[in-house]
Design a protein. Sequence first.
Length: 401
Amino acid sequence: MHKLFTFLLFCVFVPFSVSAQLSADGAYIVETDYASTVENDVVFCFPSTSTMTIRHENASAGAVYSWYRYDEENNSWSNPLTESSAQLTVLSPGGYRVVVQDGGRETEERCWVYNSQAIRSVSLQVVYDDCYGVDLEASVDRVPLVYYDPLDGTEGTVDYNLTYSWKTTPAGDEQHIGNPVSFDAPYENVSYGVTVADRFGNTAEGSIDYSAIAVKAEFEVENLKDTIQHERHSETEGSAPIEIRFLDQSSGKVSAWQWTFGDAGQSVQQNPLFVFSEAGTDSVTLRVVNRQSLCEDLSEPFIVVVRESELEVPNVFTPNGDGVNDEFRVAYKSIKNFNMVVYSRWGRKVFESSDPERGWDGKVGGKIGAPGVYFYNISAQGYNEGESYSKKGAVHLIRGK
């Protein structure tokens, strides 16, 4: 696919002279690059719709001019034209020579004249691609501006001095200049495009669609553990069990997922739910695979820390309704089994709970309990082997005014 643009008239079209003899208005000026040691000649490149007129400068009013056209069959510059003035209107592209006799002195100048310079088309090809990058190259079909070495007729062409500007659609972060170029492998299908410009002001565009083969492993986490007062826990560190939903956010044509939850386990589901219950540090990673291209990627690690169990019991609480220390409850971490019984000083059971989240509000039989000393008996187990607790002691119930 390509689109051609018209010749831009504002590009460097200024009067110019070479050897202070030949000039042209409205032409872009370059020089030949002959293979031999012959001095290079001027090349006048006119817009396609303009009149190609060249002039000889700096001769006297009585100078005599003889114009000739180049003949490539015999590498001759001696085909005479009828024009005899200092100015020649060229009807067809090619090489031209003028011989000037001025006051007994004879000089000659050569030049090449064109108005056909154009970029016909631009085509792109993927030279190489893998899971990490895509290499592209543009091929440009342009009208050749051919000249011949006056010494031996060796063919040469005018350099278009092409420039290349690359981009992607949808637009990405990468833009490149030059040809060929390398892009990072995309994760989604894209269209690569290039704009080619030449020294004459012509531009053309080409593009190629590319089906992505690379993949990128990424994920988000959703912590499903409720925030509980007095449980020493954060989103990814603290009290077992830590229950997390892992949400795949990978890019590319992923067809397989492999989750590794450190030493705690694995999963091949796309969005697994996992519970961390053993004390330690687990590094969670996701590996994704495109089974068709065999491209794969490994995510950055996500760290989950499960602390060893803890159990601490306060010795006083103040159930006065001010929202501060209104219940007798333990502070804990990673507790699996729990039982707490509270007794009055006379040995009467006033509260019992098998949930460390629950605390005693200081009521006895639904009524406000008397201030004073109460006694507790607590037994608990953590998630790891050998983590057991047996705590007995006194707690003071204090009622404020």
